[in-house]
Design a protein around this ligand. Structure first.
Ligand code: GUN
Length: 300
């Protein structure tokens, strides 16, 4: 099936086009970033990359490029794989103290010798554009304003921009990670969904999914969710990025069989992936506006 967000065939799912939606978010962010720059200064984003993990390098390059295109001032700090805890923490301290830096992102995973939680928690909460510090996690769970992790925020944004309301829906989240599953569950709860969080020890996963109005698959098992797990007319968000035996990118959902039953579905690639970077920009813009004390007209 060709990704499109204008599918009209009632037997086929609406394809939630993450590339197009992310582009729209990024355009909105760029407009607001220009307004911010005119009234104060450009949003500043600092990305810390430790080591030479190939996937992390690709992600960091994409984030740098997207932020630069949105008119942000971006700096990427590269550190060798054998740095000490103290060295990484002192970089975070410097970025915390740098007034031109509004957002700090430490790309994960960090090399094994480092305590990731301690590094992340060192980030000033108002600059934590990944929403991963204990302070922002607490704010999210308490329903207080704060910065929210980018991937689950991207899931909510793609639903919002397609007019899909979670209120009263039965939502099944597969995966309980700090990056996606747990924060998405909190965001869905805040939107008045009834949320079930499933994970690797869930015994009757297929049955949970069959009862769901919305399935969010974020577990990292390729094509785990089969079409016959999907209720007719359900919404399916696929956060997985895996490679199949032919080296092709596939999600955590078996796309063709799920799309045959779903009302709407995100593809892989071109679904939630692009939304993650778009929401990083939205978070950085928000952090910058708050730090500069400037109110913007159209929050993304
Ligand atoms: N590694 C994979 N996803 C992410 C993310 O969203 N943020 C950070 N910092 N690292 C990641």
């Amino acid at each position: 099936m060709t990704p499109s967000n204008t599918s009209t065939d009632s037997s086929e799912a609406l394809v939630l086009d993450g590339k197009a939606t992310a582009y729209a978010v990024r355009s909105d962010v760029a407009v607001d970033a220009a307004a911010l720059t005119a009234q104060g200064r450009a949003p500043g984003l600092a990305v810390v990359l430790v080591g030479d993990d190939p996937a992390s390098q690709v992600y960091v390059r994409s984030k740098d490029k997207a932020a630069t295109e949105a008119g942000f001032a971006v700096s990427t700090i590269r550190m060798s794989a054998d740095v000490t805890q103290t060295e990484v923490e002192s970089i975070v301290d410097q970025l915390n103290a740098d007034d031109s830096v509004d957002g700090i992102l430490v790309q994960l995973p960090l090399p094994r010798q480092l305590d990731s939680d301690a590094v992340v928690d060192r980030i000033a909460p108002e600059k934590d554009v990944d929403g991963l510090t204990a302070a922002n996690v607490a704010r999210l769970s308490m329903g207080r304003p704060g910065l929210v992790p980018c991937t689950p925020a991207g899931c909510i944004e793609i639903l919002d921009r397609h007019g899909i309301d979670l209120s009263g829906k039965d939502v099944v989240v597969i995966g309980r990670s700090q990056l996606v599953g747990k924060p998405f569950a909190q965001l869905a709860l805040a939107r008045n969904a009834t949320v079930t969080v499933c994970h690797s020890r869930t015994t009757n996963l297929a049955e949970h999914c069959r009862g769901a109005d919305v399935i969010v698959a974020a577990v990292g098992v390729r094509e785990l969710v089969q079409g016959d797990w999907v209720k007719e007319g359900a919404i399916v968000l696929d956060v997985g990025i895996n490679r199949n035996d032919e080296g092709k990118l596939v999600g955590d959902v078996h796309y063709a069989s799920a799309a045959a039953r779903a009302a709407a579905i995100t593809p892989v690639p071109g679904g939630i992936g692009p939304m993650t970077i778009a929401m990083l920009l939205a978070n950085t813009l928000k952090a910058s506006a708050a730090r500069q004390g400037i109110q913007l007209g159209s929050p993304a």
